[in-house]
Design a protein around this ligand. Structure first.
Ligand SMILES: Cc1cc2nc3c(=O)[nH]c(=O)nc-3n(C[C@H](O)[C@H](O)[C@H](O)COP(=O)(O)O)c2cc1C
Length: 183
């Protein structure tokens, strides 16, 4: 079982990174192999809505997203980690997710069905509603692709070290990793 995590934060060793790290440790303890892709280090152009993938079944944009399609399709678990930026996801994450358009094609879409889908969101606000747009987007996408959506981990963390200093959040991230990777 392989868990593939996508980190949408530009902060190295920030809150999203810390929580995903814990989640990966939990998944590894449950027997999974894990991998994290830092989207900020990838060159991923926004979808151009050219619709050419509809004809060719491949995205026409040749950038760092190209190899990630195969990685997504071969992973058993997909985990998304993003900070809230203006009540939404980060721009890095949005560009990445929009490129899933090229996975929403008849022969390909069914290959996503049944994969496990985890979500980690952090934000400065103390109200969890701040993350509701992000949760709605990914819960809807997971349902659309017939993926198994796990209860998201929502963490208040404004400064970059807040999550690292929050034992409850670290434990919850570890537990989510264990849960998602449960054989
Ligand atoms: C451009 C930008 C927009 C943000 N917008 C929000 C917001 O709408 N609501 C919120 O609670 N926090 C907001 N934040 C705070 C981040 O979500 C918060 O600091 C988060 O912990 C960052 O995660 P990271 O350390 O993984 O990058 C924003 C931060 C930035 C840089």
């Amino acid at each position: 079982m392989h868990l593939l995590a996508f980190n949408g934060s530009p902060r190295l060793r920030g809150n999203t990174w810390t929580l995903l790290n814990q989640l990966k440790r939990g998944a590894e303890e449950a027997g999974a192999t894990t991998e994290e892709v830092i989207l900020n280090k990838q060159h991923i152009k926004p979808c151009q809505a050219c619709e050419s993938c509809k004809k060719t079944l491949v995205c026409r944009i040749k950038d760092d997203m190209a190899p990630l399609y195969g990685s997504i399709l071969s992973a058993d678990m997909i985990v998304i980690g993003t900070p809230v930026y203006f009540w939404s996801m980060s721009a890095q994450m949005k560009a990445f997710v929009d490129r899933w358009y090229a996975l929403d094609l008849d022969p390909i879409r069914p290959r996503l069905a049944g994969k496990r889908f985890g979500l980690v969101v952090c934000y400065a606000d103390s109200a969890t509603e701040t993350a509701s747009g992000v949760v709605y987007a990914f819960k809807s996408a997971a349902a659309y692709f017939d993926m198994r959506f796990y209860e998201p981990l929502l963490v208040t963390a404004g400064d970059r070290n807040d999550a690292a200093g929050n034992p409850q959040a670290l434990q919850a991230a570890f537990a989510l990793g264990q849960e998602i990777a449960k054989p």
